[in-house]
Unconditional design. Structure first.
Lengths: 457, 193
């Protein structure tokens, strides 16, 4: 296996193509603007965010009770409930169901949890192939790439890329880049898969404790095409998807699509309550580090996330580095506060992939203090020794200089002189601050010198 | 069962102190002067068609004409013709041939142009998704303002399945270009009677 690049290394490759980087940036900003328009259309938007945040805070504070209540009601509805401590257990449960029923044809709609658990790769290793049915996911699956965005999985690709991929796998016309034509080709290809599927796997957007039912949202209709055709449905959820009552769905469904794409609601908000006649319905409830995150007082409210990706679309770093730079199933600002919990060493770079501008927290529909948690993760990671030593030495040096005014003033004078007399010392590739930017012209005097001369005299 | 016990025990140990649930006051949310007009405007904006009718005669004629022309149609609305009750047992392959499905929905939601369908109104869970074109009828006075109002009327636990359906199936997964007709119905007309 090749070495996983850090966010900064992968981002450097991403931005090498400048026009494409600009296009990626603009495309996601366009989605952010659609979100703004939808949010501003509701005078109660801030009230809705507050309700959503409070419902989720309450749920986390009573989570064990709600899970037990949900399980009891789901079983009464005829749903088989499974519990998985981690990704391996989750994959094993699904594999066992496949084996027991001798299933060969499997369709899957979007589930970031199954990505997090590496389910497709695990099953592929067992000789079982899964057809991803969300259009964007099918595109990246053909290309053997992971999704680069949790709502828009193929947002890093252009029409031509999709056309080339479909030409190779679906034998569409070479060079026909028309999205309508390409989507129609995928529709025909996937209809066959839906109709013959034996097992449909879906994620869960919300699971309702009071009813034992769950809700799955899509625009394409792929979750429904799969689940209502197949004889077995397995839904997979992280345990934080629980909400107390059906009436709370109103709050979350009003926020979710508006935050995600600027739509007033997704095309299909499907409420699964009982298996249909003759169907088997399974639900897998997964921990995979979530109980640990619940125990971290500074970070637990990241579990309120409803996976709308508004924080991705607004993030200046995400927009200009692309989802794959985050090397995890959930990228973007929310991924950067969730993933260090799962593996601190592997994901120590992520909380640094941010300007801490705070835009993520401002658009979050459930009011997660994302940028504050990014800052707090940095401190945890440095204290735990997961941060590379050059960064640590640099920060320690800076702390020393800032704590000693005489040294600070001397260093400032020396720096200004060097920049004036020997600009090549800084304007070269060894200086990370020179990458993608020009160094500013050095001022003749410091603010302190100017202040003493002009104000004090 | 050990994963279950371990997870629940860890949650009990790690959860924060209990905080209260908020009271959701639907008096605090948006109001529209004309909720029928609002429903129509939003539905059009998401790719659907909304038409007001005084009676169902035109729809009855349309259904008869389609049947006479040999089109594969499924009707679930008693007011416009014979109800196809035998579709529950149809396979996906059989349902894939359905050109148009006529369904009656419980209510419409003005803020987002969606309608609520119970499984019993679909006749078969797959029907509203797999049919090529979808025609839905709602009562004019069943339109509510927001989702808060909708959930007061809909009992999600009453039947095995239900859906808020808003417009035709769509995707923007190829370079953010909106395409209508991804996997589900290619068109949706909602008749408001």
């Amino acid at each position: 296996m090749s070495k996983v690049l850090t966010h900064a290394e992968a981002a450097e490759q991403f931005i090498a193509d400048e026009p494409r980087t600009d296009w990626h940036n603009d495309t996601l900003w366009f989605v952010r603007q659609k979100r703004d328009k939808a949010a501003h259309g509701l005078p109660e938007w801030e009230q809705l965010r507050e309700w959503a945040s409070q419902i989720k805070n309450h749920t986390l504070s009573n989570l064990d009770q709600y899970l037990v209540e949900f399980e009891k009601n789901a079983i009464a509805n005829g749903i088989t409930v499974h519990w998985a401590a981690n990704g391996e257990e989750h994959n094993r449960i699904i594999y066992d169901i496949i084996q027991k029923n001798k299933i060969q044809k499997i369709v899957k709609s979007k589930s970031m949890l199954t990505e997090e658990c590496g389910m497709n790769e695990f099953l592929h290793g067992k000789g079982i192939d899964i057809v991803d049915t969300d259009l964007g996911e099918r595109i990246v699956q053909f290309r053997k790439e992971p999704p680069s965005h949790i709502v828009l999985p193929a947002i890093h690709l252009k029409k031509k890329d999709v056309s080339d991929t479909f030409h190779e796998h679906l034998h569409t016309e070479k060079g026909n880049n028309d999205p309508q034509y390409l989507t129609e080709a995928a529709r025909q290809h996937l209809r066959k898969k839906f109709v013959e599927s034996e097992l449909a796997i879906t994620g869960v957007n919300f699971a309702v404790a009071e009813t034992g039912g769950f809700v799955v949202c899509t625009n394409e209709g792929n979750a429904d095409m799969g689940t209502h055709a197949a004889k077995i449905h397995i839904a997979c959820m992280g345990f934080e998807k629980i909400i107390p009552k059906a009436e709370h769905l109103a709050v979350f469904l009003r926020l979710l699509a508006r935050s995600a794409t600027g739509q007033p609601i997704t095309t299909y908000s499907s409420h699964f309550q009982k298996p249909r006649e003759g169907q088997e319905m399974h639900l897998v409830i997964v921990d995979n580090g979530r109980t640990k995150q619940l125990g971290r007082a500074d970070f637990r409210n990241s579990l309120k996330c409803i996976r709308c990706a508004a924080c991705f679309n607004t993030c200046p770093v995400y927009r200009r580095s692309g989802g794959h730079s985050y090397h995890t199933a959930v990228a973007g600002p929310i991924g950067s506060i969730l993933n260090p919990n799962i593996d601190m060493r592997a994901n120590a770079d992520l909380p640094f992939a941010s300007t801490l501008c705070g835009s993520c927290s401002n658009v979050c529909p459930v009011k997660i203090d994302i940028h504050e948690q990014l800052w707090k993760w940095r401190q945890v990671l440095v204290a735990e020794g997961y941060v590379d030593t050059t960064k640590k030495i640099g920060l320690k040096g800076m702390a020393f200089v800032l704590a000693h005014p005489a040294i600070y003033r001397f260093a400032g004078r020396a720096g200004r002189a060097v920049m004036r007399l020997f600009p090549f010392v800084l304007n070269n590739k060894l200086n990370p601050w020179y990458k993608q930017r020009e160094m500013p012209a050095p001022p003749k005097q410091s603010f302190r010198d100017w202040y003493i001369k002009n104000i004090k005299s | 069962m050990s994963a279950r016990e371990d997870i629940l025990k860890a949650i009990t140990a790690n959860k924060p102190a209990l905080v209260e649930l908020p009271v959701i006051d639907s008096a605090k949310v948006i109001q529209y002067n004309d909720i029928v007009q609002q429903f129509k405007t939003v539905l059009q904006s998401i790719g659907g068609t909304a038409i007001e009718l005084t009676d169902l005669d035109a729809l009855k004629t349309e259904l008869e004409a389609k049947k006479a022309a040999g089109e594969v149609v499924v009707n679930r609305i008693a007011e416009i013709g014979t109800v196809d009750n035998s579709i529950a047992a149809l396979t996906a392959t059989e349902l894939a041939a359905v050109e148009v499905a006529y369904l009656k929905a419980t209510l419409g939601v003005a803020e987002n142009g969606s309608v609520w369908l119970y499984e019993s109104q679909m006749g078969n869970r797959l029907l509203p998704f797999i049919c090529q074109h979808l025609v839905i009828v709602i009562d004019r006075n069943s339109i509510v303002t927001t989702m808060h109002h909708a959930y007061k009327q809909v009992d999600t636990a009453k039947e095995g399945f239900g859906v808020f359906l808003a417009g035709p199936s769509k995707t923007a997964d190829i370079e953010q270009s909106l395409v209508i007709g991804a996997h589900g119905a290619r068109s949706l007309i909602v008749y408001i009677v």
